[in-house]
Design a binder for this molecule. Sequence first.
Ligand code: BYC
Ligand code: FE
Ligand code: FE
Length: 482
Amino acid sequence: MPDGTQIDYNGLIPNNVGLADDQRVRKALETWHPGYIDWWKSMGPEGFQNSPVYLRTAVGVGSDNWAKFDFVRMPEYRWGILLAPAVENRVIPFGAHKGEPAWQEVPGEYRAMLRRLLVIQGDTEPASVEQQRYLGATAPSLYDLRNLFQVNVEEGRHLWAMVYLLQKYFGRDGREEAADLLKRRSGSQDSPRMLGAFNEQTPDWLSFFMFTFFTDRDGKMQLAALAQSGFDPLSRTCRFMLTEEAHHMFVGESGVQRVIQRTAEAMKAAGIDDPYDIERIRALGVIDLPTIQKKANLHFSLTLDLFGNEISTNAANAFNSGMKGRYREDKLDDDHQLLSATYPVLRPRDGLIVSEDVPALSALNMRLRDDYVEDTILGLRRWNRVLEGLGIAFRMTLPHVAFNRRIGEFSAIRADTAGALLTVEQWEKTRETMLPSVEDNLFIAGLMKPARAPGAFAGWIAPPRNGVDNRPGDFEYVRIEA
Ligand code: BYC
Ligand code: FE
Ligand code: FE
């Protein structure tokens, strides 16, 4: 048996799960591989498929030096099956089976639940690649183009990660699910991706940065909850995915930050103090701060829907069974079974939004969402430090959790960004002050002109402080072929 730290790069599929000695799973994956490559070529990044891109590839699964950087053509990227090292004598950390040895095989009674979780997780990964497929044409620099492609190939690898678990542990059912993961399409009428936010568009680069900031962060939270799983192969898979996920959030946070910085600097240079002097600010070729806020409102609210219903029997079952834990379950100091605990849930009642204590087990989606919001606020603070530093009187904020929701307690009501309930009429009248209007989107679309010379940046975004892998500012991250 492999000890889980060495990656075998000899076969078609790099892995540290001993595929060389596991003919059944290797064959299933090799059978799935051509369909994946077809999907990548037809639904992955449009263009650039022959361009060498300066990408990182995992060469280990430890916390240090786990990746190397080199020029790779995307279809030749070594997508692999990589699990974090096994923890010796690991026990199930929570739920009804707390303290029992972690499962190395799927417990029969939880098979259907686990399969559903793997399929939902797996479905989001290719969905995001599909949503981002046209962005290459308008990249604001080669640095950003490379980051987009890095995120894309890693989301592709995350799909492999789920497909491996499905094929190894779910036999024929798993092979069917793996095939279906290549069939659904983001935004399709007939066979859409499974969760709402993954059928929305990512039409411009500000959306891309907001998506990687807000929606990839849902990925981080969900993966962190699944990394606690008592089903050990899932835990190990998610732990390694989280290593990659950190970069996706960096791309989002630093991307938005650079947009904010550029706008703030342009306002200063032009002597404009009023952030709402939108016409003059837009004339500078930068995105006004209120429009950036509207984009944040949109992506935050869409992402909150991904946490499911605040009160959920599915979530309680997933916890009780030991399949899905809480964020940082291993750092929490309680019974890890939630037998008598309660948790406060926000819900609309008689025209007001009130907090009600409900059994903690049924409120686990709410709890994970709260942890998510807390994590998100840290990033917002860093954005606001840029505005503070440049003396601009505007602060980015998060809208109220009741704003613009389609799933859960608030899906039946309308609220503004401060959480005040609105009539349908009031909502229609004010929505364009809170969400991007057609005109806002057209303005942003007009700015999306590619910058392709090494070291060049579009005028609406500041260059990053550091290059990838410490490369200099004029490094040619993508060698675009004519
Ligand atoms: N859209 O009891 P409930 C990532 C459905 S992102 C459509 O609340 P539960 C990434 C629900 O399926 C992380 N339908 O559900 C990011 C259920 O339907 P059925 C992805 C929705 O299970 C960026 C019904 O409503 N991973 O990795 O407690 C780039 C009742 O709902 C939605 C995961 O999500 C929705 N938003 O909670 C790339 C982890 N919400 O079964 C990648 C796995 C709910 O009754 N998933 N429904 O027909 C889960 O843990 C849970 O399934 C959810 C939903 C948290 C998503
Ligand atoms: Fe992912
Ligand atoms: Fe991601």
